[in-house]
Design a protein around this ligand. Structure first.
Ligand SMILES: Cc1cc2nc3c(=O)[nH]c(=O)nc-3n(C[C@H](O)[C@H](O)[C@H](O)COP(=O)(O)OP(=O)(O)OC[C@H]3O[C@@H](n4cnc5c(N)ncnc54)[C@H](O)[C@@H]3O)c2cc1C
Length: 811
């Protein structure tokens, strides 16, 4: 066994084998995989191993396409061919028009990744799958690339290729401890000796948290028991002359594929069970959980009704094994939060289909610091500290119970809520607030007209349209109050704080006390990594001179890691998170100044407190820090208040607001208004796939200001041709917004992808942002949006269609 290597991958299932192989493909060949038993002896060996191309965003579609291409190549390798039934096709069934609409949207997303799905009616489903009845069926989504693979052969093939490239694989070598050294390198302790390395990767499947505990962290991953059975031969299949397509059924919660001349039927029963919550038997190796078909009777009935042939055959094998879930169903692939030189590829619930792609994206992140796609949807840092074992288990159960039921726009399912609240949450609930969830926080979405108000889940504009319109109108003409909880706030102190931030931002950020600036952070490839406000606070009785760095709620762990990893040795910079201690109340609208002046001493006139100012004060008796910034485009103040004083401040603001007609508003109204101002959302419009010039942030870049992260790479990119350009679009439809991921078409070609869309209530325009081919970025250029299968005209418009001179927010 080697005593030193570059990377140690722990775990030899599909996750570990794919990572090892792809590391060698990226050019790192001094790499090692250690496996406690034999390869694939965790979950992988007994997987149903279906491989679909279906994904709910472009990153997922892209990584699955990579799996399929890789698996085809492996299957066709004459030296070591493997069994891959590729291209049997698969159908996701639907019995509601709303599901069909969703499928059309996902087909639009896939189109942008060069993947062609078809949405077909019930008769066509039956024509393609001769065993199914069309009872209670409207149609389905056809994935021509669907298939299944031999999981053990797949892992052996990947390990074999990795070994050929120079990697080493140590079987029967359990990792027993991990030690990180002061230079951030690691020692991996195993039963057969120690291996020093630069980087460790946790790919330990359902034992993920045994190994994560060795580095003092816990991942939000829980296991569920999951069953399928294999039937005896079915004569109709034997005689069909074609392989049966795969089926996935959100109506009765099962999947089904051909296995030899019978069927493999897997279940997602409502009466489901978590597994291993209180520890896992060390001898659970190549093992299964006891069968329990009683649990799945309800699912079976649905499957029998759909495929009567199932009732005529016996079951010859039942498989019940642990399958891992995370809080949102997507895996955790990327850097381990709070750690250096440590990565994970865990929480895979469809690891055979996705594993090829996840290993590919992880290897790119390890070797290059970033992958070819923005990987936020699988980033381990997307959940913060609230993501504990109990919450993970609740969400895992909910997700399992809804395996094939996709989330509709604005849908937030109830399990594990509320996770994070402020003292105002019950107060706002009593005012009729409907909440959305942002990084675990219950954030007001809008105020409901009645307690039982429940809009239809749909991709169309729904019953909330007029509610949002009224909230926007109130902010436009009077004054509104919104709670923005969970906003990421990092306090930066120390004499070098400004020079540190100069390194981090690609533009110049104000250093003046009392002033606020907006800036963008790039990665080393010159691509957009983050967006933050910087507020400079002078020394006061509340603290020393300091900067408040503010960014999206979801960025809490991401930004803290990025900043702390770039503090240079000897630099006097200290970072402290205030995210969980402070909450923002946003006061917005032309009367906002009157309300603020009525409850906080001092001169709040435009001359004394102009736009982009920050000042410490009191709202009544509550200590507050007020910033003159606006995400709505109206005159607005962000009032930052310690949570202990939040209710007190709220009461004072409400009371002062009464005489000015103050009303509450929520995140949906903010989203509508920010669309009209061309303010961008992190990880929707601001992603690592594009540089700041492509994203239209030219005015925030100062290439000649001196060194900053990403500068050299950006200079090189600037010399080339932009890949895409972010544009504002007007969509010619009054019935449906443009949904993120949808494809834009020009002639016969896909020319762009929607990043955000919403109705602008002040402008009366259906608005969207999209990255499009640069030659189509001119104002006035027309193209077509594939909007849930309908072709809708879309036209490039000038940014900020509401108040383009930015007069209103300057007050
Ligand atoms: C019944 C069932 C059906 C499924 N069907 C499908 C399907 O149709 N399609 C699909 O895509 N997915 C399916 N899955 C899910 C898929 O099988 C998993 O996502 C995948 O196998 C997980 O692979 P992994 O590498 O993450 O974990 P594992 O296969 O569990 O591998 C983890 C490895 O880490 C090793 N390890 C643990 N601790 C240590 C340690 N301390 N030291 C060294 N090594 C260690 C383990 O021994 C193990 O080999 C199914 C799962 C189940 C249970």
């Amino acid at each position: 066994m080697k005593s030193r290597t570059q990377v140690v991958v722990i775990g030899g299932g599909i996750a570990g084998c794919s990572t090892l192989y792809h590391l060698t493909q990226e050019g790192w060949t001094d790499v090692v995989l250690v496996e406690r038993n034999e390869l694939t002896s965790g979950t992988t060996w007994h997987s149903a191993a279906q491989v679909t191309n279906f994904g709910m965003n472009q990153t997922m579609v892209g990584l699955k396409t990579h799996s399929i291409q890789l698996y085809r190549e492996l299957a066709e390798d004459p030296d070591y061919p493997i069994n891959y039934h590729h291209g049997d096709g698969g159908i996701r069934l639907a019995n509601t028009e709303a599901q069909m609409q969703g499928y059309r949207h996902f087909a639009s997303i896939a189109r942008g990744m060069d993947v062609q799905f078809e949405v077909i009616d019930a008769a066509e489903c039956a024509r393609r799958h001769p065993l199914i009845s069309t009872e209670n069926l409207i149609g389905g989504l056809w994935d021509p690339m669907d298939g299944d693979i031999d999981p053990a052969q797949l892992c052996q093939a990947l390990a074999r290729r990795a070994r050929k490239a120079g990697a080493e694989v140590y079987r029967n070598t359990p990792v027993t401890a991990l030690t990180q050294h002061s230079d951030d390198t690691w020692t991996v302790h195993t039963e057969h000796g120690d291996i020093d390395c630069d980087i460790v990767v946790n790919a330990c499947g359902y034992r993920v948290n045994e190994v994560s505990a060795m580095m003092g962290v816990h991942h939000p991953v829980a296991s569920m028991e999951h069953q399928y059975f294999l039937t005896e031969e079915i004569p109709a299949i034997r005689d069909a002359g074609q392989r049966m397509p795969l089926l996935r059924c959100p109506i009765s919660d099962y999947y089904c594929r051909q296995e030899k001349n019978g069927l493999l039927l897997g279940f997602y029963e409502q009466d489901c069970k978590t597994w291993g919550m209180d520890g896992i038997d060390p001898n659970f190796v190549n093992a299964l959980c006891p069968d329990d078909l009683d649990r799945v009777t309800d699912v079976l009935e649905g499957a029998f009704a759909r495929m009567p042939a199932l009732m005529e055959v016996g079951v010859h094998t039942i498989v019940n094994g642990p399958i891992t879930y995370t809080i949102d169903g997507a895996p955790l692939v990327g850097p381990i939060p709070g750690k250096r030189n440590a990565f994970c590829i865990i929480g895979l619930r469809a690891g055979l289909g996705e594993g090829g792609g996840h290993g590919w994206l992880l290897a790119q992140q390890i070797v290059h610091g970033e992958a070819c796609y923005d990987t936020w949807c699988i980033d381990p840092r997307r959940f913060a500290g609230h993501a504990n074992v109990e919450l993970t288990a609740l969400k895992a159960i909910e997700d399992y119970q809804n395996e094939f039921r996709f989330h509709f726009p604005h849908e937030h399912r109830p399990a594990g809520r509320p996770a994070k609240t402020t003292p105002l949450t019950p107060v706002l609930a009593a005012e009729g607030a409907e909440f959305t969830v942002v990084n675990g926080w219950e954030r007001v979405n809008y105020i409901k007209p009645s307690p039982d108000f429940s809009p239809t889940l749909s991709f169309d504009f729904d019953e909330t349209f007029d509610i949002i319109a009224a909230e926007v109108a109130n902010v436009q003409t009077g004054v509104g109050l919104a709670e923005v909880n969970g906003f990421n706030r990092i306090e930066i102190t120390g004499a070098d704080r400004h020079s540190f931030l100069d390194q981090m931002f690609c533009g110049t950020v104000t250093r003046r006390d009392g002033r606020v600036g907006l800036g963008y952070l790039l990665n080393h490839h010159g691509m957009v990594k983050g967006e933050a406000t910087v507020a400079n606070l002078a020394a006061s009785d509340r603290g020393p001179s300091r900067v408040w760095y503010g960014s999206a709620a979801a960025s809490e762990l991401h930004d803290m890691d990025w900043l702390s990893q770039h503090v240079r040795p000897g630099e006097d910079v200290h970072l402290r998170s205030l995210t969980n201690d402070q909450t923002i109340l946003v006061l917005a609208g032309p009367k906002a100044r009157d309300v603020l002046s009525a409850c906080a001493r001092g001169d709040w006139s435009a001359a004394a407190f102009p736009w982009l100012s920050v000042r410490e004060c009191f709202i009544g008796i509550a200590p507050a820090t007020v910033m003159g910034v606006s995400f709505s485009g109206e005159l607005a103040y962000e009032i930052h208040i310690p949570n202990a004083s939040l209710y007190a401040a709220y009461l004072v603001l409400r009371q002062a607001g009464d005489t000015h007609g103050l009303k509450l508003f929520g995140a949906r109204a903010v989203d509508s208004m920010r669309m009209e101002k061309s303010f961008l959302h992190w990880k929707a419009d601001l992603i690592t796939e594009f540089d700041p010039f492509e994203t239209g942030l030219d005015r925030f870049v100062k290439l000649n200001k001196g060194a900053f992260i990403g500068r050299e790479a950006l200079q090189k990119r600037q010399a080339g041709r932009p890949h895409k350009k972010l544009v504002a679009l007007q969509i010619d439809s009054a019935t449906r917004p443009a949904h993120p991921g949808a494809s834009l078409i020009h002639g016969e070609h896909v020319v762009g992808t929607i990043t955000s869309g919403d109705w602008g209530h002040r402008t009366g325009m259906n608005l969207a942002y999209a990255f499009v081919d640069p030659e189509l970025a001119e104002i006035g250029t027309g193209m077509k949006l594939d909007s849930c299968g309908q072709t809708v005209p879309a036209t490039v418009i000038a940014p900020s269609p509401y108040d383009p001179e930015f007069r209103r927010m300057r007050g």
